[in-house]
Design a protein around this ligand. Structure first.
Ligand code: HAM
Length: 472
């Protein structure tokens, strides 16, 4: 667990009473010799073109959520520490940024995930919320991980969750929402896939292989680590679960077993050598995915068990098909969490999708522009004064008039009266129309140039708004 106090990552730990200067030591950072400031490791500065990319991704997330019937929620950026130590699992607990208010006694942590907050919020109002509770959120998250490709210390994570309903159809409801957003961003099943499994099916498979009940958790942890361990080490640890040599071999096959969700589970069961009935839960997911029309996006992957400690049923991750990137998203069913936070017994299912890996995949697939600035909103009108006191006097109020009409109106700060140069600026600003306040003003008119079509018309000033077509 990484601890810090106040704003400075290297500040003193809990309970110290130091002067402000000592609490926030001024630390020279790498620079040109004079004192320079850098953003903390693993965080990002979003300049306009960077933020335009993020908003583009968030736009697809938000529109998919709303179209699938989810309402947006938000929670605090930090929570009581025990909200995470209760059930998130070691992976997340070891990556917490935790802290105490100076002189305070409560431990807090910056949110590393949204699910505990959501479960706490649902638990607090469970009696009055309409069921199913269908919520989405787009919060920023903090994890003290080693920054690397696909992993930062602050990132944005889209969360989509449904609470109060059981069954594969609802698991698929959230997966379908993820698929809709991926489609809207231009991705296809040839680019990314939903790799899924079911913890109940896996527990039954493990029992059929001879894993004792009390070792199920260890066996799932081992499945989760299959790609991180050498084959010999994996086999050694599987044997330590009390498995026979034959069962170790079948466990190894299972850990790497994948097949399209559209294929019958009998094939999977035969490959691993366990009865088909153990995979009945996956059959239900297949039927629901088929009904929802997302079957082609889905693959069964027996090695997906998910590290987080609260999952109880269907579990899934979205991956780039070649496996080159870390997971784009992860989620599953967590039927016990709302109750754990003081609510009634309430089943729930959902996922989190981060912006970092997703942006990498979109960039690799050329689904993001080279220059994010092209995603910035285009001005409807770029108003220029072609000289004359009347034009200069009119400009500020005309801009405000257009803005009051809901139009995105800009102008230039250049003093040149060279209309060609001013139109060049309008083009650079990617405006749809240039409005030229020139000699026509004497007759109550302005020139309007359609910068996309290259055409120009003289328009009565009083009718200007209607000649600037509404935003596409
Ligand atoms: P998670 O698998 O820990 O699940 O995270 C979900 C996604 O968040 C990951 O697949 C990845 O895209 C992104 N992510 C996680 N850590 C980082 C990081 N350090 N840098 C960049 N991106 C990251 C959860 O958080 C669950 N609470 C999801 C959930 C919601 N389950 C049910 N509802």
């Amino acid at each position: 667990m990484r601890q810090f106090c106040g704003l400075h990552e290297n500040g003193p730990f809990h309970g110290e009473t130091a002067s402000t200067a000592a609490r926030y030591p001024s630390r020279p950072m790498a620079g040109t010799g004079s004192h320079t400031y850098q953003a903390p490791k693993g965080t990002r500065d979003f300049y306009p073109s960077d933020l335009a990319v993020r908003r583009h991704i968030e736009g697809a997330w938000r529109s998919a959520s709303i179209d699938c019937g989810f309402d947006e929620v938000e929670g605090p950026t930090f929570e009581h520490l025990e909200l995470y130590t209760a059930k998130s699992g070691d992976g997340i607990v070891n990556e917490l940024f935790s802290f105490r208010r100076a002189g305070g006694e409560n431990d807090y942590a910056l949110r590393p995930e949204f699910t505990p907050t959501l479960a706490r919020m649902v638990a607090a109002r469970a009696g009055s919320l309409p069921v199913p509770v269908k919520w989405f959120a787009i919060p920023n998250m903090f994890r003290a991980e080693r920054p690397q490709r696909g992993r930062l210390r602050e990132f944005v994570q889209w969360n989509v969750d449904v609470c109060g309903v059981e069954g594969a159809a609802h698991d698929v409801d959230v997966i379908a929402c993820a698929v809709l957003a991926l489609e809207r961003l231009g991705l296809r099943p040839t680019d990314v896939e939903v790799r899924l499994s079911h913890r109940v099916a896996i527990a039954r498979m493990l029992a059929a292989l001879g894993v004792a009940d009390e070792k199920t958790g260890d066996a799932m942890t081992l499945l989760d680590r299959r790609d991180k361990l050498k084959p010999e080490e994996f086999a050694e640890r599987a044997a330590a679960l009390g498995l026979s040599a034959d069962a170790v071999a079948r466990f190894d096959t299972a850990a790497r077993a994948t097949q399209r969700l559209s294929e019958p589970v009998a094939a999977l069961a035969a490959k691993i050598g366990v009865p088909e009935a153990e995979f009945a839960a996956l059959d239900e997911v297949r039927a629901a995915a088929e009904r929802a029309g997302i079957l082609e996006w889905c693959t069964v992957d027996v090695g997906i068990v998910r590290g987080l400690a609260y999952y109880t049923g269907t579990v899934f991750e979205v991956h780039e098909v070649s496996g080159a990137e870390r997971a784009v998203a992860g989620g599953g069913r967590y039927d016990g969490l709302v109750e754990l936070f003081g609510g009634p017994k309430m089943p729930a299912c959902g996922f989190g999708m981060g912006d970092v890996v997703l942006a990498n995949v979109l960039r690799d697939r050329k689904l993001l522009p080279e220059d994010g600035a092209t995603l910035l909103p285009r001005p409807d009108a770029f108003v220029v004064s072609a000289g004359g006191e009347t034009a200069e006097a009119l400009l500020p109020s005309l801009l405000m008039r257009l803005r009051r009409a809901g139009l995105h109106a800009r102008t230039t700060t250049k003093t040149t009266k060279n209309v060609g140069k001013l139109l060049g600026d309008a083009g650079k600003a990617r405006a749809r129309f240039a409005v030229i306040l020139g000699a026509e003003l004497a007759d109550g008119n302005v020139a309007v140039k359609d910068l996309d079509a290259g055409t120009q018309a003289v328009v009565p000033l009083a009718e200007l708004e209607s000649s600037l077509h509404p935003r596409a």
